[in-house]
Design a protein around this ligand. Structure first.
Ligand code: MN
Ligand code: MN
Length: 318
């Protein structure tokens, strides 16, 4: 992107009331191609990979609606993403809601095109199944990537109901397909009951670093993120954020809630702690609006996506 090209700006709340106009992500222009963009918000309205409560198909639309309150400057970090990056809303991936298999191909083809345009995708999910086709596109472009994965669940099941592809299996498949730099994978916020006592042995055996929620209760996560940055270095890194990593008190609108989760300030510390990483893409998944009529979960998701935008390479801090 030519630095002198005028950058898209979120529609101001002083130009159109925040409750008016079309609900694009952060009130940015909606475009049909990633060409010329540095960053694209992309919705993936898929929830046919869920195992319990559905509804994440409505996540992108509700996150966009709740994003209308977000203003362009990050007052805590000084980040000014729209000063230097060309950002837009690329709309939704037209998944096939009757076929998970076909949807995977549709998603990976879509993301390959986005990455070929040198555009960084920030994804509004959708259930966590979508991380697999996105990581396939990432690895095709960058080779195996480092991963910061926030979640109550490790999502490394071998199968669910006999199916190899579901929202609890993406990172098992990603390892098998050599999409991850396994010694640069961090899973943060894990908790809850398991299928077997050794559920977490497999990811550890692959080289993943697991950070269970109970080990970080009441703590600042700034020291953890310093370790994450040191280990990952400049390796292309993907951030996958399952909203159920956060406690259901703050994010109850999700499909498989687990008690005793991360606080919202800890979530902010994780994302802000990614500043300096070579982030090549991020997602925010598993927001299920029908289970949170207050809209709080989607509001949180929208803000976390803004925070992700604020730590991308090339964002200046004022
Ligand atoms: Mn997950
Ligand atoms: Mn989860």
């Amino acid at each position: 992107m030519n630095p002198s090209t005028p950058k898209n700006q979120p529609l101001s709340g002083n130009a159109m009331p925040r409750f008016g106009g079309l609900a694009s992500m952060l009130r940015l222009p909606v475009v049909s191609s990633a060409e010329g963009l540095d960053v694209a918000f992309i919705g993936v309205p898929l929830d046919i990979g869920t195992s319990h409560r559905p509804g994440a198909r409505f996540g992108p639309r509700q996150i966009r609606a709740e994003s209308a309150l977000i203003r362009p400057y990050n007052m805590a970090t000084g980040a000014a993403p729209f000063d230097t990056l060309q950002v837009a809303d690329l709309g939704d991936v037209p998944i096939n809601t009757y076929s998970l298999t076909k949807s995977l191909t549709i998603i990976s083809d879509f993301y390959e095109q986005v990455l070929r345009a040198n555009c960084t995708p920030l994804t509004l999910g959708g259930d966590h199944t979508i991380a697999l086709p996105i990581l396939r596109a990432m690895a095709a472009q960058h080779g195996p990537v480092a991963l910061v994965h926030v979640d109550a669940h490790a999502d490394v099941n071998d199968e669910m109901f006999g199916e190899p592809v579901a929202h609890g299996t993406p990172f098992r498949r990603a390892v098998e397909e050599n999409l991850l730099d396994c010694h640069k994978v961090f899973q943060i916020g894990l908790r809850g009951s398991g299928y077997a006592a050794d559920d977490f042995d497999w990811p550890r055996a692959q080289g993943f670093t697991l950070v269970p929620a109970h080990e970080i209760w009441y703590q600042s996560l700034a020291p953890l993120m310093a370790r994450v940055r040191e280990r990952i270095g400049n390796t292309p890194c993907y951030l996958s954020f399952d909203i159920d990593g956060i406690d259901p008190a703050y994010a109850g609108g999700t499909g498989t809630p687990e008690i005793g989760g991360l606080s919202v300030p800890q979530a902010l510390e994780i994302i802000r702690g990614c500043h300096g990483l070579n982030l090549v893409g991020c997602d925010l998944v598993e927001v299920s609006p029908p289970y949170d009529l207050s809209g709080n979960t989607a509001l949180l998701g929208a803000n976390l996506l803004f925070e992700m935008l604020c730590v991308l390479p090339g964002v200046l801090r004022r």
